[in-house]
Design a protein around this ligand. Structure first.
Ligand SMILES: NC(=O)c1ccc[n+]([C@@H]2O[C@H](COP(=O)([O-])OP(=O)(O)OC[C@H]3O[C@@H](n4cnc5c(N)ncnc54)[C@H](O)[C@@H]3O)[C@@H](O)[C@H]2O)c1
Length: 283
């Protein structure tokens, strides 16, 4: 049975076919060819099947975002399928899932390779979205550190003194650096490789969203997550669909590029204003 007679369909690409990415891609990819990439064959098949049963035209490719060659091969496959109009990158590990070095390798360096690989294959008018985190707003970096994170070529990131294990001593710290670097490197990509393709690229920085990653964090020792949920004005976690509403805006707003949208229910506002510490102290 032919379900769609259209040819030359636009292509929507997902790297990291998890809960948030699926909620996002469903918003933009009706009528498109969808290419899903993930390191886990199981996640990939589950996500593809769910989309197919909802009428989407889906292809899959096993790809490890840690591996530069695989990421470039994934971008080449996307370009073979047609005009790449959307790229959504959520391949990442959170602090309780991985060591500091793994987080630097995946969330920072892997994401950078994905930006490098996809910039040149994007179609004119296309849009990219990297899922960073509210953690990207939790650190305090000097201007020099931010410029280093923003401008160092991806192949040289691993050798930066500020990313060595004796400096990035914990997974939480690594996550904050990596997610801030996502903002900064997307800004650079928006002005260079992606601008050359006349495509836009942005980050979103979600707060706590109910996905498998969040469940892992809730099982971590301490009450930090509980405090963060309570601290924001919304006083609850987000759903992937709420994040997708904001993501859809970033993917479709034609003049928005090189910037970040914080979607955290007010947690960072509470932290930066002192309200977060106040609430904690009153308990
Ligand atoms: N859930 C939250 O509370 C939250 C908040 C802020 C930011 N984030 C970010 O969102 C992203 C995770 O998305 P999610 O919450 O939908 O989680 P998820 O676990 O549902 O999805 C993550 C997906 O990435 C895939 N993946 C992991 N390592 C990979 C690799 N090396 N190569 C390719 N794919 C890989 C996993 O198999 C999984 O399918 C991460 O970047 C995380 O830092 C999550």
């Amino acid at each position: 049975m032919i379900l769609d007679f259209n040819e030359n369909k636009p292509v929507a690409v997902v790297l990291g076919a998890g809960a948030m990415a699926m909620a996002i891609v469903r918003r933009v990819a009706a009528g498109a060819k969808v290419l899903l990439g993930d390191v886990s064959e199981k996640n990939l098949e589950r996500a593809a099947e769910a989309m197919r049963f909802n009428g989407y035209d889906v292809e899959t490719m096993v790809v490890n975002a840690l591996d530069k060659e695989q990421v470039y091969a994934f971008a080449a496959k996307a370009a073979e399928l047609g005009d790449v109009m959307w790229f959504i990158d959520t391949a990442g590990a959170s602090p309780s899932q991985a060591t500091p070095q793994f987080i630097i390798d995946l969330d920072l360096i892997g994401t950078s390779y994905a930006l490098d690989a996809f910039g040149p294959v994007m179609a004119k008018g296309g849009a990219g979205l990297v899922v960073s985190s509210q953690a990207g707003w939790m650190g305090h970096f000097t201007e020099e550190e931010e410029n280093t994170l923003a401008l160092t070529p991806t192949d040289e990131l691993r050798d930066l003194p500020m990313l060595q294990p004796d400096v990035v001593t914990g997974s939480g710290k690594a996550y904050i650096v990596a997610k801030r670097a996502n903002h900064l490197r997307v800004r650079t990509a928006a002005a260079t490789t992606w601008a050359a393709s006349h495509a836009r690229v942005n980050t979103i920085s979600p707060g706590i969203v109910m996905t498998p990653v969040a469940y892992d964090e809730f099982n971590a020792p301490g009450n930090t997550y509980q405090h963060m949920i309570e601290a924001g004005a919304c006083q609850r976690v987000a759903t992937p669909d709420e994040i997708a509403t904001a993501a859809e805006f970033m993917l479709s707003a034609p003049f928005v590029t090189g910037t970040d949208l914080l979607i955290d229910g007010g947690t960072i506002a509470a932290m930066r204003s002192g309200a977060y510490e106040g609430r904690r102290d009153r308990r």
